[in-house]
Design a protein around this ligand. Structure first.
Ligand code: UDP
Length: 331
């Protein structure tokens, strides 16, 4: 049995590959290398460079490797980009996922795990959000993922395929063993931006809004360590293989940290100060987005191991240092 990981050269996908290999699984990665990196793929995994919508290619990968599960990470993930170019997001995330599901059904792959997002909820509140909350994506990105969830739901009712869609909250940190991390240039995510600023890769960073209805006025998010997220997928895989029914579950820790708390954690990890400017709100940001993760805990038996902001930040900063030396070695 082999697991096919699409987008396995990217940030979360490359952690998933290590998680699976560490658990003794055979892994094939399918990645276009548009934003991922060949070096990010663990050497024990087989890398195929190609597109998830290439049904012939995916079909041959499935048959040659006896793939019994697909974990689908490949896709576009930048919310403002999806607002500027919605059709590209519906093509890349929704349409290509449709073709991949079709190939999985045609080839008889029984298990499918899909990388979804808290963006399907739209603006949440300070209260942790449950899976049965109102679904109201505020961006083409969120909608492109929600449509994929719906296609999976309908396909699983019509065909012999079961799925788990995991809705990620704010994924951050890096492999504690330093084997992979978030490496795509031009990052916009808070912890990565703060680590880059601490290391002098940016002259300063900005806090986007200080007048939100939160305890310190800055936005609150539920930051989850990427290794805990990968572990949730591994448990989801086990559950599907054991005959578990299709499931949609949040992945977060169920408590939020403010932007200022995150920056303080990066200061502690770095040991020095760096320049932080207070700025205006960023368009489209909700005041708070926090997961209710009871379902992942009860259904998957998921017990987070790294629910600690300082640890997330320490691992992210350590990876940022590794990346600096990798990039300078490459000239
Ligand atoms: N943020 C910020 N400065 C930055 C990047 C992000 O103040 O340079 C804030 C952003 O406004 C949001 C939070 O940090 O409230 C998390 O943003 P991120 O882009 O990491 O994730 P999102 O929740 O938007 O997916």
């Amino acid at each position: 049995m082999t697991v096919l990981v699409t987008g396995g050269a990217g940030y979360i996908g490359s952690h998933m590959v290590w998680e699976l290999l560490d658990a003794g699984e055979n892994v094939v990665v399918l990645d276009r290398l548009s934003t991922g990196f060949e070096w990010a793929v663990a050497p024990e995994a087989k890398l195929v460079v190609g597109d998830v919508a290439d049904g012939e290619l995916v079909g041959s990968i499935i048959r040659e490797n006896k793939v019994d599960a697909i974990i689908h990470f490949a896709g576009s993930i930048v919310v403002p980009e999806s607002v500027a170019d919605p059709l590209a997001y519906y093509e890349n995330n929704t349409s290509k996922t449709r073709t991949l599901i079709e190939t999985a059904v045609r080839e008889g792959v029984p298990n499918f795990i899909f990388s979804s997002t808290a963006a399907v909820y739209g603006g949440a509140g300070l209260e942790p959000v449950r899976e049965d909350a109102r679904l109201a994506p505020e961006s083409p990105y969120g909608l492109s993922k929600l449509m994929s969830e719906w296609m999976l739901r309908d396909a699983s009712l019509a065909h012999d395929i079961r799925y788990t869609a995991l809705r990620y909250f704010n994924v951050a940190g890096a492999d504690p063993k330093g084997r992979t991390g978030q490496s795509t240039p031009g990052a916009t995510h808070l912890i990565k931006v703060a680590c880059e600023t601490a290391l002098g890769k940016r002259p300063f960073m900005q806090v986007f809004g200080t007048d939100y209805p939160t305890p310190d006025g800055t936005c609150m998010r539920d930051y989850i360590h990427v290794s805990d997220l990968a572990a949730a997928h591994r448990l989801a895989l086990q559950r599907l293989r054991d005959g578990g029914q299709s499931l949609v579950a949040n992945c977060g820790y169920s408590h939020g940290y403010s932007v200022l708390e995150v920056i303080d954690s990066v200061r502690r990890a770095f040991g020095h100060d760096f320049e932080v400017r207070m700025g205006d709100r960023r368009a489209g940001d909700a005041a708070a987005v926090v997961a209710n993760s009871d379902l992942a805990r009860s259904e998957l038996g998921w017990t987070p191991q790294r629910d600690d902001l300082d640890q997330i930040v320490n691992d992210a900063l350590a990876w940022e240092r590794i990346l600096t030396s990798k990039n300078s070695a490459r000239g």
